[in-house]
Each structure stands twice: as structure tokens, then as C-alpha cells.
Design a protein around this ligand. Structure first.
Ligand code: 5GP
Length: 183
């Protein structure tokens, strides 16, 4: 889906499809250098990271394996609590592996802090994080993210995997959702 189809649902287009792909290419070159001769296991977090994973993995000029986790925060609050429940676990044994978590967005960072600790506790050789977007002003905890695509303001964004009520995930660009959609 292109921006033109839902233009009035957005207050602005934050990042275009071309900008996303250029950034993923840049990150892929860094990952190829950092993991040279030692291909990582990419772990995507469902469902938001599906688009990032698909494009980033194809951009990489090296063999990688992919696996997926689905997690949810406990409680009904829209605020991230940092307490996480695993809805779908990895199929892969990660002891001794170099793991690269692939995420769409980091808001409070609580989910990723928990996830990294969880994967480290399984004996992974290393656990690093790649996130396409980061909202720095919302950071509640210091989470070390090795690869960040774009720093964005603390607005609610949709597109490229990110949803509002399961919609907009298939939007090619990333935009700020207009208040009239959710108010
Ligand atoms: P946190 O970093 O706060 O633990 O949680 C990050 C998760 O919150 C993301 O994986 C995503 O599902 C959701 N999230 C945070 N900010 C946004 C946003 O601006 N738009 C959308 N669609 N989801 C967001």
C-alpha cells in the first residue's frame, strides 16, 4: 500500500520507502563487516519486524539463518511494563550462537532489555540488537542498540510493519498517524 491510498490518515510521512531501503543497505554493510566469517542468527520479533527482517536479510551478502519470537507485555495497559510473556519461542538452539535481534522500533526499550537478557541466559555467545527506529526521548532504560536506522520523535508511527489496530503494516513508508484515526 502506498501513502496516496491513506494520505488523510497521516499527519506526515516520516520516512519514505527509498530512505528505508538505503538505510537497511547501510546497516547491512556494517553487519557484514562486524560478523565477517561468523554469520549471525537473525531473530525477528513478530509481527512488527517482518518487513525489516525481509528487506534487511535480503540486503545481506552473507548466509544468515532466521528465527522468530512473539512476545507480549503483561497487562492491558498501552504503556510498556517491561514484563514480558513469550507467545512463540525460537525453534533454534542458541547456545554458543551469535544472535542479532531484528526489531522495528524501540520505544521504552523495556521489551528489548528483557529479550536480550532472556537470550543471553540461554548461553548465546553474543546478543546484539538492530532496530530500524528509535524514540530516544521515550527511553526509560538504557538499552545498548548496536545498529539503529533512524532516530524519530516520540509520535505514534505506522507503516512498514508497524500497525494501529493491525492496520497499516503493509504501508510501504513510515508516517505519523493522524489523531482523528484513534480519537
Ligand atoms: P518498548 O520499547 O516500549 O518496550 O516497546 C516497543 C514496542 O511498542 C514495539 O515493538 C511496538 O510494537 C510498540 N510501539 C512503540 N512505539 C510505537 C509506534 O510509534 N507505533 C507503533 N505502531 N508501535 C509502537
Amino acid at each position: 500500500m502506498d501513502v496516496d491510498e491513506i494520505r488523510s490518515d497521516l499527519t506526515e510521512v516520516l520516512i519514505t520507502e527509498d530512505e528505508i531501503h538505503a538505510k537497511l543497505a547501510e546497516l547491512a554493510r556494517r553487519v557484514e563487516t562486524d560478523y565477517a566469517g561468523n554469520p549471525p542468527l537473525l531473530v525477528g520479533v513478530l509481527k512488527g519486524a517482518v518487513m525489516v527482517m525481509a528487506d534487511f536479510a535480503r540486503e545481506l551478502k552473507m548466509h544468515v539463518e532466521m528465527d522468530w519470537m512473539a512476545v507480549s507485555s503483561y497487562g492491558a495497559s498501552t504503556e510498556s511494563s517491561g514484563v514480558v510473556r513469550i507467545l512463540k519461542d525460537l525453534d533454534t538452539e542458541i547456545a554458543g550462537r551469535d544472535v542479532l535481534i531484528v526489531e522495528d522500533i524501540i520505544d521504552s526499550g523495556l521489551t528489548l532489555t528483557w529479550l536480550r537478557a532472556n537470550l543471553e541466559s540461554r548461553g548465546a555467545a553474543s546478543v546484539k540488537i538492530l532496530a530500524l527506529l528509535r524514540k530516544p526521548e521515550a527511553a526509560k532504560v538504557e538499552v545498548d542498540v548496536e545498529y539503529v536506522g533512524f532516530e524519530i520523535p516520540p509520535a505514534f508511527v505506522v507503516g512498514y510493519g508497524l500497525d494501529y489496530a493491525e492496520k497499516y503494516r503493509n504501508l510501504r513508508a513510515i508516517g505519523v498517524l493522524a489523531p482523528h484515526v484513534y480519537q
